[in-house]
Ligand binder design. Structure first.
Ligand code: SF4
Length: 219
């Protein structure tokens, strides 16, 4: 179990899955480069977070909910959490209308991505909600700008294990306190930090990278 002071931003998991160096630049060195894509994403999130709680018949919607997990050492904000009626759900304080199961919905600009970074982020939210509310979550949804519709994400054992492993890795890198070295790859061309990272200039040979990764794992 982590303490409150040890919690790391949940949003870092998506950076970590994309590239460990990108995570280090953003979360250890506070480097951030706003471009059209990140600006569009920020506006979408600000819109999703501008709500509070809304009660509709048969559903309760919470926007911008602060979430955390002391087990995984994560904290963040969920765009939208729907509370849906369920016999396996939990009673909400001051509600008195029955049992509800949390259902997270995360808003993303653009299309579904090649890697699973959005699924991992949503699953991390689910793990936080499970710990906070003591309810088991079965699935959530990602809402993409293109196409403008929801994609369901089941919280499988595999996705949960992957999310937990990434949270562990993020804490190991944070304890080490060193930004991983650059490694130029195809994905660098779509990275918002390409011009700050300069991977072609600073890439280390694979043998050096492996040595540094091993050293980090043993810290
Ligand atoms: S430019 Fe490449 S190596 Fe650098 S942070 Fe981005 S993805 Fe990682």
């Amino acid at each position: 179990m982590y303490n409150e002071d040890d919690l790391l931003p949940l949003s870092g998991l998506q950076h970590l899955l994309f590239c460990e160096r990108q995570w280090g630049l953003i979360h250890l060195e506070q480097v951030w480069e706003e471009n059209r894509l990140t600006a569009e994403g920020r506006v979408l999130h600000e819109h999703a977070h501008s709500g509070g709680v809304e009660n509709r018949p048969g559903i309760r919607i919470s926007r911008g909910l602060r979430i955390h997990s002391f087990r995984l050492g994560l904290s963040g904000e969920a765009d939208v959490v729907e509370f849906r009626p369920s016999p396996e759900g939990i009673a909400l304080p001051g509600d008195g209308r029955g049992l509800w199961r949390p259902y997270p919905v995360e808003y993303k600009r653009g299309k579904p991505k090649q890697n699973a970074c959005d699924e991992v982020q949503l699953c991390a939210q689910a793990l936080c909600l499970e710990e906070m509310f003591g309810a088991e979550l079965v699935e959530g949804s990602l809402f993409y700008g293109e196409p403008r519709r929801r994609t369901k994400v089941p919280f499988t054992q595999q996705l949960r294990a992957r999310t937990e492993a990434l949270a562990l890795r993020m804490h190991a890198l944070h304890r080490a306190g060193r930004t991983p070295v650059a490694s130029h790859q195809e994905k660098c061309e779509s990275c918002s930090l390409l011009h700050r990272c300069l991977p072609k200039l600073f890439s280390k040979p694979a043998s050096v990278r492996k040595y540094l990764d091993r050293a980090l794992d043993h810290e």
